[in-house]
Design a protein around this ligand. Sequence first.
Ligand code: CMC
Length: 381
Amino acid sequence: MTQQIDQVELKRGLRDVYFETTESSNVIGDVGRLIYRGYDIHDLAEHSSFEETVFLMVQGHLPTRSELDLFETSLREARAIRPEIVDVIRSVKDAHPMDVLRTGISALAAFDPDTEEVSHEATLRKGIRITAQVPTIVAAHHRIRNGLDPLPPDPSLDHAGNFLYMLLGEKPDEDTTRLMGKDLIVHLDHGSNASSFAARVAASTLADLHGAIVAGIATLKGPLHGGAAEGVMKMALEIGDVANVEAYLDAKHEKHERIMGFGHAVYRAEDPRARHLREGSRLLAEKQGQPKWFQILSKVEEEMRPFAERGICVNVDFWSGSVYYLLGIPEDLFISIFAVARVPGYVAQVLEQQDNNMLIRPQLQYVGPTDMTYVPIGERG
Ligand code: CMC
């Protein structure tokens, strides 16, 4: 990865470059561990709620009961979006859901009383509002593009349950709500992932939180980052039957094509987030009497086992796609669910960046020509 060119040490892709310290999350790639503010992701996925984990990430400690009550209330009270935002969503309804979300967050900035304010308190206030409103934008867009009116948020439901309700029009049962909550917890933050880095770069210029989140969302959309879950489910549908798995993978390997849902820039062991969604997918498939997708994906996982020797193991997106699919969520919304979870992660990292800011400004080594002679346009051949 490191190349010496004319005395300059190039670190392409900034791999293995540490640019800042953090107390938010730690990805321990060789053993497959993920820690949020000192707590193991497995403990949080099993025992915490999304709201409590968001509090932990943006405030730095687990809340007391009264702190959590207050925090949950502020999230619930901020869920509704203004009619002007709904109008913006309507006017771009045919775009990809992530482009609509990016546009929606830009539009939120136009109405937020704190948009230009970059103090810690203002960023936290905005962060709570944006975290609460991202699910509303995603759900409103999905209903509008299907010719339906957006559903108002239901304050009796938690963050995950209300999101599913606004999106699908039915109140989810307790197990489904819990599974979606877990999914959101494990996707919340992930060290210097590409989109959180993009959000930090924007924040390091003292740009505001809405701008930083728009940069994050734009970066998350790429298939090498947030887009892989969609690719995994496309692959499962293309395979169609467990008997076709081997032939499908052989053909992919022959063409040197990547298998979506495997490999990671940091993990060389199994991504710890995958475990919770594998189990969720299995239970959901069983409950719905639809074992086929779980069986196909389990077979893909088994056939890909030799790749683990090269550090190419299953990642979070391998199982999340099947969970969303079984919940009846269309594939082009999979990345938006990632965004619902990751936005408070951006807030936590932007707060850290702002609290101890330094402009992020690396170098590019120029390797182009240096002595070209400018020829006026009329004289060029
Ligand atoms: N299938 C087959 N081969 C792979 C895969 C894969 N999924 N991933 C990496 N490789 C191979 C790659 O072809 C290369 O082989 P060679 O050295 O022979 O050319 C080698 O592994 C190293 O690849 P790389 O791109 O240099 O490694 P990376 O660490 O930069 O890759 C990655 C990280 C996520 C971009 C890559 O593994 C990938 O494209 N995976 C598929 C997309 C995916 O599932 N993305 C979701 C990541 S998890 C969600 C998140 O946290 O954002």
